[in-house]
Design a binder for this molecule. Structure first.
Ligand SMILES: *Cc1c(COP(=O)(O)O)cnc(C)c1O
Length: 399
């Protein structure tokens, strides 16, 4: 029996589901790039990008994916031989560390494992030990999309301040922007990095780097900067082409403009955050119930250390891999692979799956995914506790 015909659902942590309105906004002839509506749209997008990060900081837009956005931030933050303190809570801290190291920056790597937030006390201690003040920036992942750990950004800022260290705080918000609350100014973040294809509901291809006045001043002489990556002309363009160091990503901008309207002007950012939290809690309630009768568990035990855009779940005995295949082939739902979770002292690769619930996602989509996973467990005879859908629907009902 195959039940996968109908609209397929890509329930992975990016690229995420794109609203039809975003796709339609992109479906048009090439626009005039020299003057006119595209210029007005770009100005509006730059203002809206500040609103979505809750900041009055500067913003630069790049034609890149998330890896490219990291390199954009690195190139502006650092000079060759500078030092970065990287706090890792999964795969993405490690990857950002590798990217900045390859660019000639010394990395001090703090590994906080894969299922709990970074310990701000250890970050403070590392900064206190840096008597020469060589650490230029602390690199932190807000939500690590592999482990689905969410870090406490304000706590890390407080640790930097408590150490009396001038290091800048740079945060990877690629999986959290437009999903989890992120208050760049209130939390004292100097540099934030995001991309278009997750909570912002646009195809992969745009990266964003926000930077404070403090970061602008502290990074003036950074020698890793080349013309294409320099954030200053992009943020402070005197001529339109400088925003993109060349041709504008025209169609992505039309899509992004529509997405930002939906997030900021229609649903409202606080409501978007609240929706993600409620939907995430429905997923967590279901997994907890499954775990009462089987070898199934959320990867992150503490609810306040979980991102609300994606959930990593461990299914013992390789059931994660079998469930992913069944969901895709039989039920039309594609679930996320267990990125970076296969380490020698940890369960096998096939034991994890990730459920993406970021961006254009509603109650029926999340309940559908949970039901499909439960059906898969029945079909594949994976032992699990009862009552998961009751628990999830009660959470959705607000009961
Ligand atoms: C997705 C993601 C990245 C990488 O983005 P790509 O577009 O795949 O290069 C980096 N960091 C985080 C937190 C992410 O979620």
């Amino acid at each position: 029996m195959n039940l996968s015909q109908g609209r397929r659902y890509l329930a992975i942590p990016g690229p995420s589901v794109m609203p039809d309105r975003v796709l339609s906004a992109m479906h048009r002839a090439a626009p005039n790039i020299y003057e006119g509506p595209l210029h007005d749209l770009t100005a509006r997008i730059m203002a809206d990008l500040r609103r979505v990060a809750r900041t009055s900081a500067h913003v630069a837009i790049y034609i890149v994916n998330g890896h490219g956005a990291w390199e954009a931030a690195n190139a502006n933050l650092f000079s060759r031989g500078d030092r970065a303190l990287v706090a890792s809570t999964g795969q993405f801290g490690l990857s950002w560390a590798n990217s900045v190291r390859r660019m000639g920056v010394e990395v001090e790597f703090l590994d906080f494992g894969r299922s709990a937030k970074a310990d701000a006390g250890r970050i403070e201690a590392a900064l206190r030990a840096d008597r020469g003040g060589r650490i230029k920036a602390v690199l932190l992942t807000h939500t690590d999309t592999a482990s689905t750990v969410r870090n406490d950004v304000a706590e890390v800022r407080a640790a930097i301040d408590a150490a009396g260290h001038p290091a800048l705080l740079a945060v990877d918000c690629i999986a959290s922007m437009g999903c989890d609350p992120f208050l760049m100014d209130e939390w004292g973040v100097d540099v934030a990095v995001a991309a278009s294809q997750k909570g912002l509901m646009v195809p992969p291809g745009l990266g964003f780097v926000w930077f404070s006045d403090k970061a602008l001043a502290a990074c003036k002489g950074s020698d890793l900067r080349t013309p294409y990556w320099d954030w200053e002309p992009r943020a402070f363009a005197e001529e339109y082409w400088q925003h993109f160091c060349g041709t504008a990503p025209t169609h992505h901008l039309f899509g992004l403009g529509e997405a930002l309207t939906m997030i900021l002007d229609e649903e409202g950012l606080s409501n978007v955050w609240a929706r993600h939290e409620r939907l995430a809690r429905a997923v967590w309630a279901a997994v907890d119930a499954w775990g009462t009768g089987g070898d199934i568990a959320l990867n992150v035990a503490a609810p306040d250390q979980r991102g609300t855009s994606v959930t990593a779940v461990r299914f013992g005995g390789g059931a994660g891999g079998r469930l992913r295949r069944w969901s895709e082939e039989v039920a039309g739902v594609t679930l996320g692979i267990p990125l970076g979770m296969a380490h020698s002292n940890e369960p096998a690769y096939g034991d994890y799956l990730r459920i993406g619930h970021m961006g254009h996602v509603n109650a029926h989509m999340v309940l559908g995914v949970l039901s499909v996973i439960e059906a898969g467990m029945k079909a594949l005879q994976v032992a699990h506790g009862a009552g998961a859908l009751d628990a999830a629907t009660a959470m959705i009902a607000g009961a």
